[in-house]
Structure formats: C-alpha cells, structure tokens
Design a protein around this ligand. Sequence first.
Ligand code: Q9C
Ligand code: ZN
Length: 646
Amino acid sequence: MAINYGDCDGKVVGKVERTVGLIYDETMCKHDTPDGEDHPECPDRIRVIWEKLQLAGVSQRCVVLGSSKAEDKHLQLVHTKDHVNLVKTLSTKQKDYRRNKIASQLNSIYLNGSSSEAAYLAAGSVVKLAEKVAQGELDSGFAIVRPPGHHAETDEAMGFCLFNNVAVAASYLLNERPDLGVNKILIVDWDVHHGNGTQKMFWKDPRVLFFSVHRHEYGSFYPAGDDGDYDMVGEGLGEGFNINVPWDQGRCGDADYLAAWDHILIPVAREFNPDIILLSAGFDAAIGDPLGGCRVTPYGYSVMLKKLMEFAHGKIVMALEGGYNLDSIAKSSLACVEVLLEDKEIQASSEAYPFESTWRVIQAVRKRLCAYWPSLADELSWKLINQKVPTPIILISSSDSETEDDAQGLLDQMSKLSIENHQVDTARTSWRADLAKVDVWYASFGSNMWKPRFLCYIQGGLVEGMKKACVGSMDKSPPKEIVWKTFPHRLFFGRESSPSWGVGGVGFANPLANHNDQIHMCLYRITLEQFNDVLCQENCLNVDTDLPVIDLAGLQLAENKGAIIPEAVSNSWYGSVVCLGKECDIPILTMTCTLSVFEKFKSGEIHLRPPAKAYANTFIRGLVEGGRFSAEEAEAYIDKAASTPL
Ligand code: Q9C
Ligand code: ZN
C-alpha cells in the first residue's frame, strides 16, 4: 500500500491508498473485422476506457503495467492443444479468406491478421495481473483487454471470445502457482451474457466458485440454451460451486443486481471465503448498452464492486468482457477503478425496487442452492419481496440486439416511481381511500377476459399484439377473485380502430338485456377505486383525477336503475356503466357504449366491424384459459357475434 499525506484543514492526515494495477495495450486494438465493417466489439472499446481513466486523472494514481503474451502451456490449462494452435496460426501468414472461412464456422466470431496477437495479449495480461495481485504486489487491478473471454470454451471460440482470459488466469493460479497459496477462487461474471465457457471449465472443480448473473429469458438470450439456468449447479466435487442467476426479463437495473448481491452472492461469498476474486467485468448490462437491454448505472457497478471488497482482503482482478456502449463502458470502468482505489464514499442511488421477476429468480436460486450454502436457506420475508415493480406482462420482442421501445422504458420508470408516489396520491385524493373499501365485480366480455391483458389495466404494461401500453391503476393489487357468468346481453364488435389494437372493431355489450341473447363474461373482483381506474383507461382518460368517475352514489344509482352514464365518460366509447345484478352480495358492473351509440351501431351510422386479429386472439385465449370454451368454440362464438346483424 502506498501512503499519501494530504493537508486537510491545516492538519496533516495520513491516507492509505490502495495499489491498483492497470493493463492496457494499444496492440489489442488491432483485432478488428477483416473488411472494416462495423461491429459492436470494436477497438475503440478499450481505447475509450483508457482515455477516460487518463482524463479523470485516475490512471496516474494506478500502477500501469505492460501487457504480456500468454504462454501456450498456460492456455492449455483450460483449452485444447488444437484450439490454442488454431488461434496461434490465425496470424499473418494466413490469408483473409482462410480466416473468414474459419470465422464463418464459428458462432459470432470475426478474425483478422491481428486477432491472434490480441488474444494472446488479452489472456496473458489477465494472468500477469492475477499473479501480481495474488502475490500481494498489487492490491487489485483492472485488465482492459479485448477480445473478451468468457464465452470461449475448451475447444471453441464463440461470442466474440477467442481465449477464456479469466479461466486461464484462475487455472494458472491454482495449478501453476502453489507458492502463492491461492486455494479458492471466486469468479464473478456480471457480463449481461452467461459465462458459458468459464462455467464448463470449472464445472467439477470445487476450488472455483463460479457466479454468473445474466439475461436468460428461459434460454432465449445469447448464448441461448439451458447452460445458464439456475439448475446448473456443477457436478461431482464441484456440485454447488456453480451459481447462475438467470434474469427472466431485460431492463434489469441497480436494484435487481443489488438484490442478487445481497441475497445470493454476498452470503455465499462469506461462506466460501475466497483467497482472491476474479471479475469477468463485462459492462453490457449497463444502461444504454445496445446488446444488453439492461440498466445498471456506474453507481450500481461501484456498489456491486464495493460489496466484493470485503472478501479476500480486497484482492480483486477485474478483466473486461463485453460492453458495447462506449460512453457507458468508460463511465462504468471509471466508477469501478475509483472503488478499487477506495477513492470516495459511494453516493446514494435513486432507483426504487427490483422487478417482481427478480424476486422470483432469486428465490428459485436460493432454494436450489441452499443445500450447499446454508446462508441461503431462510425464506425471504414477505415484506422484502413486496418491494417490487409490477412487471408488465409480455414484453416487446426481445432479441440479442434489442430495440427497446421508448414507451416501454418510460412506463417502467413510471411504475418504479409510482410505488413511492402511491401513498402520497392516496392521501391527496381522498376519494381513493373511500372507494378502496368497496368491492365490485368488473364483468369483462372482450380481450379483458384474458387475465394477463386485464392485469395491464391494474399493473400497467401490455401483452402481445397490443399497440399501446396501459399505465395501470393506482392500486396495483390483483383481483381478489375471478368467476365466469353468462348474461342476457348481446356481444357485438364495432369501431374502425382502437388505440390498443389498431384497425378493427372491439367488443361491446348491448346495454339492454334481451333474453334471446347470451354474453359470456369474466368477472374480476376489484375495488371500486380500481374500477374507476379501469374505466378511465378504457376511455383513454387520465387515471390521476381529483374526482372519481363513479363514486358510491353513482354505484347506488347504477344498482337501482340498471345503468348510468357518468358525466366524465358520457362522450367516450365506454360511456355506460351497467349493473348486471349481484354475485355474493357484491354488485356486478360492466362498461359498454351508451344506448344512443348502440342505436347508431344498429342504424349503420357507426360501423360494425369484425375485431382485429390480435384482439380476437386475446379474446380467444381468455375464453380458453378461463375454461369456458375450446379454441374452436371460442372462435365460433366470436365469429357469430361478429357476423350477426344487430
Ligand atoms: N443472434 C460478449 O458480450 N450475439 N459477447 C450474437 C446472434 C453475440 C456477446 C447474436 C453476443 C456475444 C463477450
Ligand atoms: Zn456480454
């Protein structure tokens, strides 16, 4: 440790700064696409990180080391001889077309005349840094290297990775340097992708605890398949020494990652008590990353890293893996090196809660691994897991290079905030507290009969086929009960288009009963407060109103008269609130067009129209999953309603 003396308020204070090593070598920028095509894994990635550290005056406070080439015998600790030879002979004597052919047979790999040299330098640099940290010459360090490594398997390059840099370094310490006394290594992989290569290399090895947190989405996210699932815990002596935290969804941020830290990684690390930590530090879970679709901030990375520093006397070797937004990776790297230097207190974050799916994943991981790690055995408290963001039901198509919908992003942020705002709002607009005490059945008859679609009106979000997300209700509690019933009203479809479904009709119920007709309805037991919010959303009105659309007096009136037309929605498509009687002494309400609009449908002044395909499909799912009809029957039911004149 270096001791710096500074002057503070006239007093001389001693401050111990930790010795942090950095390795950067411009030579690794020469690995590039053969014809100069753009690629996310580009040379500028390491350049911008290096420049950022210099500009911030941080590299000057670190020990900057030259890079080193890996030795073949070290590479062969985790790779086959064939693989090492393949990478070695990629170099200059070969022609581009030969390399292109090799690359084309691999998964997500490009190669040029400098790829071999860069791969040797990347692996060798991580080995060198790990050695110096292990022997105590450095407290910690960051190898700013490329190509990345964690996807590279024993006998195969993939996912932009040629050699598995971190795995080579871990194996080197354990097998080649018994003198350094490293017997247990924790590898933390926070790259947004699963570290499949590293996992396999230490699958049966209890000396290496491999922890990877990554987008998984049921095996659809790169590198796709089951390898990254939480069920993959290792085998033989290594059983329990492989931990995967597989996110079910994108958009995870600081709160999600820190929850995984606090409730999985940190307690396990405490039990494992590693001698050194190697960090597969990809920054592609960073906010703004074009491939990752997550939102970890530099603050989030700094807290994750800080929490790891309590182990192994802070001996941490960071090695760059992925990360494709140049600005994000530079800022995240800087935040991390500042933590290694024990520079400053970490500022508080503003982000609220993890996703609901995050708690689900964390609970599954804890359950699967608690036999090996007793600190995971306790059930998480109800209070804790209730601190969550409601998850929109089905998300915009997720590919590797996810094009995030801005509306969806905004929506998430809104819902993350609305949790805190909720209490304030309820206090301010007192009608909510009153109407929250009264239950009603909301009788739905269209796409809302599919529960996930209805839940959009409660929790916010959208399901497949919808063109626009719902904001949800202020009170996001799910319905207390669901029942199905049939009523003597007529189902029909009309309007040219709707904001939710685009071109095509949507469902209406004849506001008047007629005993020759039948309409099947799914009844959700919700509060009158929530019913107001659903009514507003159905009519494209803001839910945050100072006055309810239908209050207790309105409910009474609807019960007495059979239907009312609340002022606020009188000119909207669902302007009539119809009371269909009672179930278990609770009033049943539905919403449909007013009688005068119904007359216009009947006369042809407003057009009847069959429903849009996506709408009809959602409707069918509701009927089928509700156990009401088979798919064929549901389709016939809708077809009949759509083709019978009023
Ligand atoms: N649909 C690292 O972050 N994407 N590698 C292939 C195929 C590959 C990422 C897309 C992503 C590899 C180190
Ligand atoms: Zn990655």
